[in-house]
Design a protein around this ligand. Structure first.
Ligand code: HEM
Length: 238
């Protein structure tokens, strides 16, 4: 029975998760672009001579957070840098990209630091919401999303550290992940033998299960702001 459940999580659920994620993003874009134009202005003064540069600066360096709370700012920056590396790391788990190896490195990127930084920052974002005044403006969905992220990170990080440092004889190779993930992009999805035969298979399943849930919830959560932040900043500065 477990074999069937694992299969459902590793293959059909991944397709459903990505379809929901992409479909959800498209729906959100349609809703935002078709919504009624608000009267009044959101302009930020003094106006910058270079609105594009100012919008990029605000979205990337988040100076507003820096002015308000230094630790919060540090966590935002650490989270976003780690998330960028995480994205590249997952791309390299699908297949080799020569351009990403300009600076030669082992796959997965970061030697295990990426997962640790993400775990620490997501726990900070979670516990911050336990305190006033953030507690009053939080809704259950905010906690659910952060808990899903935490669970995804903890299993991913465990696999990454265990394989890199050979803990508990962790035996799933990058090649085994590549066979599985690249098969998902073809018409013949299959779980590679390297994953199927490993006693650590359950960790992969758990990581992918929580990642799937996260991908399905993300477009409908407040975190969607990250997709619109740059456009919003640009409009305010135009
Ligand atoms: C279906 C999609 C996904 C698959 C197949 C997948 C697969 C993997 C695999 C195989 C690893 C271990 C790599 C290694 O052994 O070095 C890993 C690591 C990791 N994954 Fe995923 N993942 C997916 C989605 C996600 C998502 C959506 C997130 C978070 C939003 C995530 C967060 C992480 C983290 C934090 C690590 C550890 C990175 C490190 O510390 O080096 N994964 N993932």
């Amino acid at each position: 029975m477990w074999d069937k459940i694992y299969y459902l999580i590793m293959i059909p659920m991944v397709y459903i998760a990505f379809a929901t994620f992409i479909g959800g993003l498209i729906i959100k874009f349609i809703i935002v672009f078709r919504s009624k134009k608000l009267t009044g202005s959101y302009a930020i003064y003094p106006k910058s001579k270079y609105p594009l540069a100012a919008a990029i600066g605000e979205s990337v360096i988040v100076p507003t957070a820096f002015k308000k709370q230094k630790l919060f700012w540090l966590m935002i920056i650490a989270f976003h840098i780690a998330f960028f590396l995480l994205f590249i790391g997952h791309l390299e788990l699908i297949r080799e990209f020569k351009i990403l190896q300009i600076i030669p490195h082992d796959v997965f990127l970061g030697g295990g630091i990426v997962g640790i930084v993400l775990i620490v920052s997501v726990l900070y974002f979670l516990f911050r919401r336990f305190k006033s005044p953030w507690r009053e403006i939080s809704v259950p969905e905010d906690y659910v999303l952060l808990i899903l992220l935490f669970l995804t990170f903890i299993f991913g990080s465990h696999m990454s550290l265990a394989s890199r440092y050979g803990i508990a004889g962790f035996d799933i190779s990058v090649e085994a992940y590549r066979q599985y993930l690249s098969s998902l992009f073809t018409t013949s999805p299959a779980i590679s033998q390297g994953i199927l035969a490993s006693p650590h298979y359950v960790l992969v399943v758990l990581h992918i299960f929580f990642a799937n849930l996260f991908l399905m919830v993300f477009p409908f959560s407040k975190m969607i702001h990250s997709v619109f932040i740059f456009i919003a900043q640009f409009i305010k500065r135009k």
